[in-house]
Design a protein around this ligand. Structure first.
Ligand code: ADP
Length: 468
């Protein structure tokens, strides 16, 4: 079975969030199953990975967008270093930039990517069994293969649409239709949602099957999906929930090259302490105090706007009996508020930016990882935390519900109910009590490190969906 994953991100080539981790791991694990050939197709970015690896150009062609003509090059990585075939699509002048997102013409970029991929596959007569489209950026592919005569060679190819984050739908004005490959006009309704082109709704309407990245999140989408509830309800027969796994070969405290000290379950207490000591020394924190952390995008979905209040309230209430370290970036007002707290609270350390190596060190060093998310489709941080023996403190939502059970019901994490600073601070107080009980802490660390979040199980579920 031949599967092409179409995505804007893939770890370690280009990562903004969890989408990259998933696309960088799922095909690798699927390829270990007899008869499966899963590969990744993504845009070319000006990134170190691209310059440090060798690629061959396997296709050179042209696409037309409105009155512009763009060159398209498809490059294949020579060494297969990631455990799957990696194809990069380069469109000079449009899709050859530093980062996946954030450009004024990104709708046009995503359209061009989808157009270019389908043009290449059609021209070279490559007919996969499944086109697996990740998020709205590739959500128009199921429409295009059925409705654009240029891609008639691909008509009937099965498509899976995975919703990694339903908050982003890619809505655009109808004027953008001029950038589409030519399509049969009578089917325009498949593109439309409330007077706009909405690629996420098109994906749901046109794909063979779709899934959310956890069962809990799929359930929530039926109730509240930014106005798309009625659509998923109508399309319920195509809906699935498949929880993400984590790449346990990348995320393993025993071999992780980013850690100051490697450790496994047997010496977790000592190993975590050594990492914590090194990190705390670097950031001027007292390692004897419990260390809480947050890693992520400063966005409303992540509850990052609660962070400033969580920091000052919890540290004041505990009278400086715990430390907090935050790694992230995003909303400038949150960055500014946290920066000024950083200047006035010695128990609080802040590192603004995206730092892969530091995230690994923080997962290993922390006693508790905080996730006050409003929305969390799956969430990977809590799984990385548990793998590194850190206790997750999570709001009870989406994938966090599916992966973290509260200590009070026999689990090894802390849940809290409402998305608010107050509930998060109360949860920190619970954690401070737990921290005082060394035996309980040790038991929780051991239990969390024993969980199997590896991709094998989730890859099997995707395979079952492909086969269906
Ligand atoms: P998202 O909604 O951002 O995709 P996920 O929990 O699915 O959230 O995945 C987040 C991923 O991004 C994790 O691998 C996390 O460690 C990483 N990450 C987020 N912010 C940062 C940062 N500032 N520096 C390093 N890694 C980060």
């Amino acid at each position: 079975m031949k599967i092409f994953n179409l995505s804007m991100e893939c770890y370690p080539v280009a990562k903004v969030g969890g989408l990259a981790d998933v696309v960088g791991a799922l095909p690798k694990y699927l390829n270990r199953i007899e008869g499966i050939e899963s590969s990744v197709v993504m845009p070319w970015y000006n990134k170190p990975f691209v310059h440090d690896h060798s690629f061959e150009i396997i296709f050179d062609g042209w696409i037309h967008q409105s009155h512009h003509t763009f060159q398209v090059q498809v490059m294949k990585e020579r060494e297969n270093s990631l455990g799957f075939d990696l194809y990069l699509v380069k469109i000079p002048g449009l899709l050859d930039r530093d980062n996946p997102y954030g450009y004024w013409d990104e709708s046009q970029q995503f359209l061009a990517f989808q157009h270019a991929v389908l043009h290449w596959l059609s021209a070279m007569q490559i007919r996969p069994d499944v086109l697996h489209c990740h998020d709205y950026h590739t959500g128009l592919v199921p429409f295009m293969i059925e409705n654009c005569p240029e891609f008639r060679f691909l008509k009937g190819v099965k498509t899976i649409g995975t919703i990694h984050n339903g908050e982003y739908q890619g809505q655009m004005v109808w004027d953008m239709a001029k950038y589409f490959p030519w399509f049969y006009g009578e089917n325009w309704g498949l593109l439309d949602w409330n007077g706009y082109i909405n690629p996420l709704t098109t994906m749901i309407k046109c794909c063979t099957a779709f899934n959310a990245v956890s069962g809990g999140y799929m359930d929530e989408l039926f109730q509240d999906f930014r106005g798309l509830e009625s659509l998923v309800q109508q399309e319920y027969l195509k809906a699935n929930g498949i929880i993400n796994g984590i790449d346990t070969e990348v995320w393993d405290p025993y071999i992780d090259p980013f850690l100051d000290f490697n450790y496994k379950k047997e010496n977790a207490e000592q190993g975590k302490w050594q990492n914590k000591k090194a990190l705390c020394e670097e950031y001027g924190l007292n390692p004897d105090l419990p260390l809480f952390s947050f890693i992520g995008r400063f966005a409303g979905e992540k509850g990052a706007d609660f962070l400033p209040e969580i920091v000052w309230k919890s540290i004041q209430q505990s009278q400086g009996q715990h430390n907090i370290i935050i790694l992230g970036s995003g909303d400038k007002s949150i960055e500014n508020e946290l920066s000024s707290l950083n200047a006035s609270f010695s128990n609080f350390a802040l590192d603004l930016g995206y730092k892969e190596y530091l995230s690994h060190r923080i997962y290993a060093s922390s006693d508790f990882l905080l996730m006050p998310s409003r929305v969390e489709p799956c969430g990977l941080n809590q799984m990385y935390a548990m793998r590194y023996g850190t206790i997750p403190i999570v709001r009870y939502t989406g994938g966090l519900r599916d992966t973290v059970e509260d200590i009070s019901t026999g689990g090894s994490g802390i849940n809290f109910g409402s998305a608010s600073a107050e509930d998060a601070v109360n949860a920190i107080h619970r954690a401070l009590h737990i921290f005082k009980d060394r035996d309980l802490m040790e038991r929780l660390v051991q239990t969390n490190m024993s969980f199997d979040f590896s991709w094998e199980k989730s890859a099997e579920k995707y395979l079952a969906l492909y086969r269906k």
